[in-house]
Design a protein around this ligand. Structure first.
Ligand code: SAH
Length: 310
């Protein structure tokens, strides 16, 4: 359903329409960089190792992560090879101004070997399918010429539900995460996926278009607005070797996000109000702290990873 997103990301500046955690606070990417360094230790410090990111946006998260890794874990910095998965030529060019990396269109194009992968707000940009329950059957909803059309689908849900119920299915995210899990199980490593969605699966229409920070009509002018939908973390965790999901606020607190924010504020008092607001936005339950979740996909032999154990 959100297939128009490929055209959107290729031609528009998505950051005019929405903002993301790494653009809000540098501490977000720094914490994820330190997470990767700790996971590399738990993996037995393979060298070389792939550090990958899916959907790096402006490259801010990885630039912040690399700075933190360089300062805190120089041996990891020396061992890692940076690989970015990005389909938008425009965003690739922006990433290249900040990062020395190798670019790929798809997960399947990465070279083999142990890997640590990060992805923030990547899965929500992948297409979803929507089904609607009529009195006697489920139909799949499609968008054509700015309107919904409905068709029967051989693989529609099979359970009954109240007439009018909308059920979404993130088949593309599930296929992507299943392939990632299979790769990590044979070649080693772990992935950290941060996105927004409920902890338990359920019905509901979450498809949303964002334009200039405002909710827009998801059907009008495909390719002009960013289309997103909630990620079904429970379905992803069921299909893979996973840890979590845990709410973003808890995950970041366990990684020392608040202590790092306090230290940075003490060193740069003029930045303190901005850093405090950013920390609130990322961790308050009514802001991004609860709806956003962190999920780790990992090799089955890895112990509990940082942020996922109490
Ligand atoms: N992680 C960034 C950007 C999130 S926006 C941040 O947190 O700021 C989604 C990103 O995924 C963009 O970089 C977009 O171009 C990329 N993207 C969307 N669909 C993709 C796909 N199918 N394959 C690879 N990259 C994709």
């Amino acid at each position: 359903m959100a297939r128009a997103n490929a055209a959107y990301y290729a031609t528009k500046d998505p950051f005019a329409d929405f903002t993301t955690a790494p653009e809000i606070s540098q501490v977000f990417g720094e914490c994820l960089g330190l997470w990767a360094a700790m996971v590399w230790d738990l993996m037995g410090k393979p060298s070389p190792v792939i550090l990958a990111e899916a959907g790096p946006g402006r490259g801010t998260l990885m630039a912040d992560a690399m700075r933190a890794i360089g300062a805190a874990a120089p041996d990891f910095a020396a061992a890692l090879r940076l690989h970015l998965i990005e389909t938008s030529p425009r965003l690739r060019a922006e990433q290249a101004t900040r990062l020395d990396a190798t670019w790929h269109d798809d997960l399947a194009d990465l070279p083999p070997g142990p890997m640590i992968l990060l992805a923030n707000e990547f899965l929500d940009a992948l297409p979803i399918r929507q089904f609607i329950r009529h009195e006697d059957a489920w139909m799949e909803r499609w968008v054509r010429d700015g309107a919904f059309v409905e068709r029967p689908a051989p693989d529609a849900p099979t359970t009954g539900a109240e007439t009018g119920t909308i059920q979404e299915r993130g088949d593309a995210a599930l296929a992507w995460v299943t392939a990632l899990s299979a790769r990590l199980a044979t070649q080693g490593g772990a992935a950290l996926l941060i996105d927004y969605g409920p902890a338990t699966s359920g019905p509901g229409d979450t498809l949303q278009a964002l334009r200039h920070g405002q909710v827009a009509d998801a059907l009008a002018d495909p390719g002009a607005a960013d289309l997103t939908a909630h990620v079904d973390f429970a379905a992803l965790a069921r299909a893979t070797t996973a840890q979590g999901p845990v709410p973003q606020a808890l995950f970041l607190a366990r990684l020392g996000f608040l202590a790092r924010t306090a230290a940075l504020s003490a060193a740069n008092p003029r930045q303190a109000p901005k850093l405090a607001m950013a920390a609130h936005r990322l961790t308050a339950p009514e802001a991004m702290g609860r709806l956003f979740k962190a999920l780790a996909i990992c090799h089955p032999d890895l112990p509990p990873l940082p942020g996922f154990a109490a």
